[in-house]
Design a protein around this ligand. Structure first.
Ligand code: 5RP
Length: 219
């Protein structure tokens, strides 16, 4: 199976985790694009969606899904999103698509985080994928110096502006042995909006696409 076929398979499986009649949280990325299309194809009725990006909002809108403002929502049962890497404890690196801050916010309000990923995303130790860090533009150089002190090599994502009007530093060369501790340490750097380690609020369920089918892992 190709990587795209694996993404499609987990997207199809994720539709089974959607609670009919409830609000749904929707992440961002190519796997989520497949999920949005599969959701529309399945015709599962939902009360509306809270989106983590303009990209997903546009796709949901094209399928006629009502978009809700997170400020008008107390809680909802399920958030579905992809990952760039995911480890055995279901901690993740996210933000390859640059939507990490809104993803983290929407995930914080969801009761269950369902991660959809193909088997190439599964790792023992997070960090081979460069860690995205969203920064306030005027703080970029300061944050880069602080990230270097933590052992990484930050590179500005050229020509990219987040949905929040900020910039992304992609941090290379990290071996993330304690994801929750590094997540907190990076959050403490002044000028950081959010970082792509999702450990303090990791996934609750992983739907992993493998050549033998979709494997469900529950934390
Ligand atoms: C976007 C993300 C995505 O979930 C992550 O990059 C995975 O993307 P894809 O499904 O395209 O592999 O965090 O900010």
């Amino acid at each position: 199976m190709t990587q795209d076929e694996l993404k499609q398979a987990v997207a199809r499986e994720a539709v089974r985790h959607v609670v009919p009649g409830e609000i749904l949280g929707v992440g961002t990325g190519s796997t989520v694009d497949y999920f949005i299309d599969e959701l529309a194809r399945a015709g599962v009725p939902i009360a509306g969606a809270v989106s983590s990006s303009e990209r997903s909002a546009a796709r949901l809108g094209r399928h006629g899904v009502a978009l809700l403002d997170l400020n008008d929502v107390d809680s909802f049962p399920v958030y579905v999103d992809g990952a760039d890497e995911i480890d055995g404890a279901l901690a993740m690196i996210k933000g390859g698509g640059g939507a990490l801050t809104r993803e983290k916010i929407v995930a914080a309000v969801a009761r269950t985080f369902v991660c959809i990923a193909d088997s190439t995303k599964r790792v023992k130790v997070l960090g081979r994928f460069p860690l995205p860090v969203e920064v306030i533009p005027m703080a970029r150089a300061h944050v880069a110096r602080e990230l270097a002190k933590l052992g990484g090599t930050p590179k500005r994502r050229e020509g990219f502006v987040t949905d929040n009007g900020n910039e992304i530093l992609d941090v290379h060369g990290l071996s993330i042995l304690d994801p929750a501790a590094l997540e907190s340490a990076i959050n403490d750097i002044v000028g950081v909006v959010a970082n792509g380690i999702f450990a303090r609020r990791g996934a609750d369920v992983l739907l992993l696409g493998t050549s033998d089918g979709v494997r469900t892992v529950v934390r």
